[in-house]
Design a protein around this ligand. Sequence first.
Ligand code: TXA
Ligand code: MG
Length: 339
Amino acid sequence: YWSVDNIVDNLIESKEIQEAAAFLREGKLVAFPTETVYGLGASARSDEAVTSIFTAKGRPADNPLIVHISQQKDVYNFTKSVPEKAEKLMEKFWPGALTIILAHNGRLSTKVTAGLSTVGLRMPDHPVALALIEASGEPIAAPSANRSGRPSPTTAAHTAEDLQGRIAGIVDGGATGLGVESTVIDCSGELPIILRPGGVTQSQLEAVIGRVEVDQSLTEEAAPRSPGMKYKHYAPEAPLTLVDGDEDFFRSCVRKHKENGEKVGLILFPALASMEADAVYILSDNRIETTARELYSALRTFKKSEVDHILMQAVPADELGFAVMNRLVKAAGGRILTQ
Ligand code: TXA
Ligand code: MG
């Protein structure tokens, strides 16, 4: 456990970063902060190191990992060719919350890419992440540092909650800023396509490279999805239901759950802060940036022993709200009550 939150000068030469980087070079697992969420890092060139990420997380081996680099030019070490549109995106959004999928050249562990012909690359916008990657001298595979199926961690404490005892160490750089993961865009084909909405929005991308597709699975009607989806994602300890409607509708939904004798947990916008429940998390303000930043932390506050059900109002699914609703619908396993 290395705390680097207060180091301002020459982070990369600090004892903390040098120790953590040495662990990575030895093939060990080190969690670290990025601007989106905490990542669980390992050398992306080592089959063994990458395999231990899947084990520590309990992650299905067919779900590929993002490879993190500290310099834009490193992209050319691991890819076959880089289309012009991908280059424009790197120029504009790196370092930042954008993962670009490109055809790889076989120099990374096949475990990272789950045997696919493509790899997801990202240069994170966080001084600690950049210093650690640079100091390690390795490309760093890093999924979010949660146990598979749980909300992603936005603090070192949340990372420890899930992975303590399963990994070599955590670099504590304080709470992350964005709170939702990077946007994943596939640039390996003719037309760029968003596979996961995240910190960089579709309109921001389109302003730089023109038309961008959105993967069909992201725009299908969310409601009919079965609660028993194959894999859980972002799931809190108690079931979450989203409420798509006004404040009166939200109050009536909460009342129904209470009348069923359930202990209810509420994630509330400030206007409803006075509502009573067995546990509440009040978001700091109404801005979508704030909802994104606090979302995973909010989901983690509710303990199984304290609440039977969690309710939250849906947000408009545009711009950053697209990413927030994508995570919320998954966290809710598709449970949405519509007015
Ligand atoms: O913000 C983030 O992206 C964080 C931080 C730590 O960088 N990382 C993250 O990683 O969210 P993870 O593993 O939780 O999510 C990676 C996503 C998955 O949905 C995975 O399927 C997709 O990226 N992905 C990775 N490589 C891919 C590839 N070659 N083709 C298609 N999808 C890919
Ligand atoms: Mg994840």
